[in-house]
Design a protein around this ligand. Structure first.
Ligand SMILES: [Zn+2]
Length: 67
């Protein structure tokens, strides 16, 4: 990622996933109305997105202290 000092790593990741990563890797369906569900415990953020077409579950885990 390129540096953008005005946003935190978390915000940049959220923006990335919201805009770039909602296309299913299996069937290619672009869930333009979808969004990632997030869970966090303050140190780790887990992103989940289930493809509405084929049901493939995408998951990303981001460690905030390593971002
Ligand atoms: Zn799919």
């Amino acid at each position: 990622m390129t540096g953008d000092a005005t946003k935190s790593p978390f915000e940049r990741l959220k923006q990335y996933y919201d805009t770039e990563a909602l296309s299913c890797p299996d069937c290619g369906y672009a869930d333009t109305d979808g969004e990632w569900e997030t869970e966090t415990n303050g140190r780790v953020v887990e992103y989940h997105h289930e493809c509405p077409t084929c049901g493939t579950l995408q998951q990303h885990t981001v460690h905030l202290d390593e971002a």
